[in-house]
Write a protein that binds this ligand. Structure first.
Ligand code: OGA
Ligand code: NI
Length: 385
């Protein structure tokens, strides 16, 4: 079949699916959410497919309760709240390193989030990563849909809303996830649009992750290699998000509030903005900063640090501008069938600081996280002693 015929067939299918989905934005009668979700999922075209079809309103299954979107905790008067920006330039100079370790320790225990600059990942690599994810999402659907799947075992997978059928409302977002280490798939299994650059970026991010785990170990008063020796840097997965422009951004979210179920996340974002962290009961913007990467503590690091470091709740607002693009690198090994238990680090325990969590395998942790839709009952609470 020619590309034109394929495109035509796609537009026809999308139009009829869209008519069904549009009908659901009406009066709410005859609304069968399950069926609407399935119709949307079957297009394999994600939120971007809806937008391309000219949708002018947000289908009902994306609509969140006003509590979940009104962002009432945002208070612009609190401009003194700024997520720390940490300069890694002199990481190898003894005096400066001491200062960096101190800053990272404070940021990880109070915010759970910080941004890093002068981190050794070249700007052109970061730019190319973002461009390649845009390219992947903006190619014809017949190329992209080959990757569309909800099979959790797939090392490369594209879909819209990993929790589509469980979440209270769907998010205005499509995601390509790629396992990069350990045991990556053969390179040809990654989409051609981003294959080479993701493999290159993965090498840089591995090094930055190792450096950050060293700094975090030192901030906990441990030997530099403690967290890497535990296996925190042994694996990583890229979640490449595409947040299309949204016609009614106040009705939904790009990403429901959550904590990350990994050890650490390094996030690259383009210039649109919308990421927020809950700090001191206020939603605080994490603005795009030229050359910076966002770093945040995951729940598993909160467990092993016995609450010395905090995994903070964060969310992404929907936006009438777009697309917003981000690549979240999750340091985790949940694809591995390991029985290794992660529990609070012995050296951090004392009579005054007893263990707060029971141990968990990485896989059991993520399985519990994935079994609920967002916003989830915290998996941390379940492990609490
Ligand atoms: C995530 C996440 C935020 C973003 O992938 O867990 O929080 O800015 N992403 O895309
Ligand atoms: Ni997250």
């Amino acid at each position: 079949m020619s590309v034109f015929a394929l495109c035509f067939q796609f537009i026809e299918t999308m139009t009829s699916s869209l008519q069904q989905i549009m009908a659901s934005t009406g009066n709410g009668l005859d609304y069968d959410k399950e069926q609407e979700l399935k119709t949307f999922d079957d297009t394999k075209a994600g939120v971007k497919g809806l937008v391309d079809s000219g949708i002018q309103s947000v289908p009902k299954f994306f609509v969140a309760s006003s509590e979940e979107t009104c962002n009432e905790k945002s208070d612009l008067r609190h401009t003194h709240f700024n997520v720390p920006i940490i300069d890694l330039r002199d990481i190898d100079k003894v005096g400066a390193r001491c200062e960096i370790v101190k800053e990272i320790g404070i940021a990880s225990s109070t915010w759970g989030f910080f941004q890093v600059v002068n981190h050794d990942i070249p700007q052109d690599i970061a730019d190319e990563v973002i461009e390649s994810i845009q390219r992947f999402n903006e190619q014809p659907n017949h190329v992209k849909e080959k990757f569309y799947s909800r099979d959790k075992m797939k090392k490369v997978r594209f879909n819209s809303n990993f929790d589509l059928y469980k979440a209270r409302f769907a998010n205005w977002r499509d995601t390509l996830s790629c396992l990069m280490a350990p045991n990556p798939p053969p390179p040809e299994e990654y989409p051609e649009a981003c294959r080479e650059i993701l493999l290159k970026f993965s090498k840089y991010v591995t090094k930055l992750g190792q450096d950050l785990f060293k700094l975090l170990s030192e901030a906990l008063g441990l030997n530099s290699n403690h967290l890497t020796n535990m296996g925190c840097a042994d694996g990583h997965v890229f979640y490449c998000h595409y947040y299309p422009a949204c016609p009614e951004p106040n009705l939904t979210l790009g990403h429901t509030k959550h904590r990350d179920p990994d050890f650490l996340t390094i996030l690259l974002q383009n210039q649109i903005g919308g990421l927020q962290v809950l700090h001191d009961n206020h939603w605080v913007n994490i603005p795009p900063v030229e050359g910076a990467l966002v770093v945040n503590v995951g729940e598993l690091l909160q467990v092993i640090s016995n609450d010395k470091f905090k995994a903070a709740e964060h969310q992404v607002l929907a936006n009438c501008a777009g697309p917003r693009l981000s690549v979240a690198c999750f340091f985790t090994t949940h694809f591995e069938p390991s029985e290794k238990l992660f529990s609070p680090i012995e050296e951090l325990l004392s009579d005054d600081s007893p263990p707060l969590y029971r141990g968990t395998t990485v896989k059991a942790y993520i399985d519990f996280f994935a079994s609920a839709g967002l916003p989830a009952y915290s998996s941390l609470t379940r492990l609490r002693l």
